[in-house]
Design a protein around this ligand. Structure first.
Ligand code: ADP
Ligand code: MG
Length: 238
């Protein structure tokens, strides 16, 4: 069953063809990773899915509805949520207060308190609940952001480089969080450079190159693909 599908999606910036005839399909209940060299068009593709950019042509179908013309907030209401790389937390407020703000639109006060404590525990942030969010470690900030992104119980969670700047331990812990969310029924699409993370979580991997889907398969198929290895030559990451 397909949760998200793009049909011949294109985005031009002037003469630059940044998303090129992308026919992308995301299966419900899966963790799908999107990889590709810098400048391949990964973030642009995310922004098209979120409605932050209108496509030049093509359509986006989510949960059997054509969302191509919907505004970002309407897509959020349909069940799409995103965690970008740039932190969106309120640094002067505590960890707990950040989660309360994210949840307050969905829950009344009694359920809110229970859900905040449940999320703190799930993210292993209970001991940091009363700390100012701005003082949390880099990894903890990212987990708090994931907590805020899942507060609306989205059907689809988009993650743009969730492990950037993390230690191997933090990266592994992030992978476990993503796998637990997926086990609870959330479909996940993650842009990621860290191949250990991709191997840890991905059911399927798509490679974007010059705005096109260049290869698709399991992590083993992608790693074994010499054409994929060739496009990464000269880049600093794997
Ligand atoms: P990635 O996330 O894979 O590194 P991006 O989607 O950020 O790639 O960028 C792909 C290409 O599109 C780059 O060449 C970038 O300079 C260009 N690009 C991205 N956004 C814009 C924009 N708003 N205007 C013009 N060019 C853009
Ligand atoms: Mg990017």
């Amino acid at each position: 069953m397909t949760l998200l599908q793009t049909h011949n999606l294109n985005k031009h910036f002037g003469g630059l063809h940044v998303t090129a005839d992308v026919n992308f399909s995301l299966e419900r209940g899966k963790i799908h990773c999107l990889i590709g060299p810098n400048g391949a068009g990964k973030s642009t593709f995310f922004r098209l899915l979120l409605g932050e950019y209108p496509p030049s042509s093509g359509t986006i179908v989510f949960d059997e509805k054509d969302i191509t013309r919907l505004k970002p907030f309407q897509r959020i209401n349909q069940g799409i949520s995103v965690k970008f790389q740039v932190p969106g937390i309120f640094g002067a407020l505590s960890t707990r207060q950040n989660l309360q703000i994210a949840l307050q639109h969905r829950l009344d006060s009694r359920d809110l308190d229970l859900e905040v404590e449940r999320l703190l525990e799930f993210l292993q942030l209970t001991e940091a609940a009363d700390q100012q969010a701005g003082n949390l470690s880099h990894g903890m900030k990212q987990w708090l952001e994931i907590g805020m992104a899942i507060s609306l119980k989205p059907k689809l969670l988009l993650l743009d480089e969730p492990t950037a700047g993390m230690s191997p331990d933090e990266t592994f812990r992030t992978g476990e969080i993503v796998k637990q969310l997926n086990a609870q029924g959330m479909t996940v699409l993650a842009v990621e450079h860290d191949m250990a993370f991709v191997r840890q979580v991905a059911d399927r991997v798509s490679v974007l190159h010059f705005g096109r889907i260049f290869a698709e398969g399991t992590i083993d198929e992608i790693v074994a693909d010499e054409r994929v290895a060739a496009i990464y030559l000269g880049q600093s990451h794997e």
